[in-house]
Design a protein around this ligand. Structure first.
Ligand code: NAD
Length: 323
């Protein structure tokens, strides 16, 4: 098959997978398989720029907006993240950052496997919650988010405050939900991420409330307007407002220190009560964020390290399953 046809085939495949994942909440392939096709497409598009296309999935934030919900335009786009799969990728990211900010440090956070959400507070009162959608426009899921007990309805802050983070389904809630669905002869959710996405987009908030969702917030929009200079300070400000931030995070001065922390977390991954699919590194110094800027799809001041696929060997059947 020639390059052009392979590119078209990969785009068709990835669009179909994205539909299953973002719209139906029922993926038919693992994230690792999706990522492999995606990386192949990125490499082919980079090597053959004549076939670049603004409609390619590599140029868009992958979500969709369902008509069932009121659409809300984001004041600032909600982006995806660039990916790193090994230490070399992280070192290349580090070099790009240090070309702009030689003494940069990183906040290394857990990459929650849930769905991105934007919360709006006005004069301290919870006002609205919006999904990422296609990055420009999201869905108003305020009533469903109100049912998540860990999200405060009041915070000690004046004016308009936007906080972003991840809604997720704890492993325990996921197991309980699938057990119940099995008993009722209903289709099972493939994983907690898809279950969380399906739950937050329920038209009936009572159903969302039964799903026992949780959230970690990881970003304060326009932190500089609060006199904040680093991302870690922004996270501490959220904590002061009693907004739930994951305490498992670390400010690292070098990429090697970040890598060490990544290994530590990867070892504990199974014991965590929620699913993570990697780690996120963000430049700590907010003044560098504007200088580094963004691509069409992701900020250049942050990167997601994706954990490698785990090989689960089921001895009885003697087959290897990649999860
Ligand atoms: P992503 O999940 O790779 O990374 C971006 C997202 O990470 C953000 O939008 C945010 O929601 C989340 N995130 C979690 N913790 C975070 C933190 N601490 N700080 C910042 N962000 C954090 O990108 P994406 O665009 O949401 O989805 C693409 C990925 O989804 C693919 O790489 C693949 O793994 C998966 N996918 C799978 C299929 C499939 O069929 N299996 C289809 C489409 C997408």
């Amino acid at each position: 098959m020639d390059v052009k046809n392979r590119i078209l085939e990969l785009r068709r495949k990835l669009d179909a997978f994205a539909y299953e994942y973002y719209v139906l909440d029922q993926p038919s392939v693992s994230d690792q398989e999706y990522d492999r096709y995606y990386q192949e497409l990125v490499a082919l598009e980079d090597a053959n720029p004549e076939y670049k296309d603004p409609n390619s999935i590599t140029q868009r934030v992958g979500g969709v907006v369902l008509d069932a919900f009121t659409k809300v335009e984001h004041k600032n786009r909600m982006l995806s993240l660039g990916n790193a799969f090994n230490l070399e990728d992280l070192k290349a990211f580090d070099e790009r950052v240090r070309a702009v900010k030689p003494d940069a440090s990183y906040v290394v956070e857990l990459k929650m496997d849930g769905l991105a959400i934007s919360l709006h507070y006005i004069d301290g009162r919870f006002h609205q919650a919006v999904t990422r959608g296609d990055g420009l426009v999201g869905e108003d899921v305020t009533n469903n988010v109100r049912t998540i007990p860990s999200i405060p309805m009041h915070i000690d802050a004046q004016g308009e405050v936007e906080v972003r983070g991840e809604v997720y389904m704890p492993k325990k809630s996921f197991e309980e939900l699938n057990t119940k669905r099995e008993e009722n002869g209903e289709e099972l959710f493939a994983n907690p991420r898809n279950a969380a996405a399906g739950s937050i987009r329920q038209l009936d908030s009572k159903i969302a409330a039964q799903r026992k969702l949780d959230a970690f917030l990881y970003y304060l929009e326009d932190a500089a307007s609060f006199g904040i200079q680093t991302h870690e300070e922004a996270l501490e400000t959220l904590e002061k407002w009693h907004i739930k931030v994951n305490p498992l995070r670390k400010v690292c001065k070098t990429i090697e220190e970040a890598w060490q922390f990544i290994q530590e977390i990867q070892e504990k991954r199974e014991e965590l009560p929620y699913e993570i699919d990697g780690m996120v590194l963000k430049v700590n110094e907010l003044s560098s964020w504007n200088v580094l800027g963004t691509t069409v799809k992701a900020p250049r001041y942050a990167i997601a390290y994706k954990f490698p696929a785990e090989e689960v060997v089921t001895k009885l059947l003697d087959i290897v399953v990649t999860v």
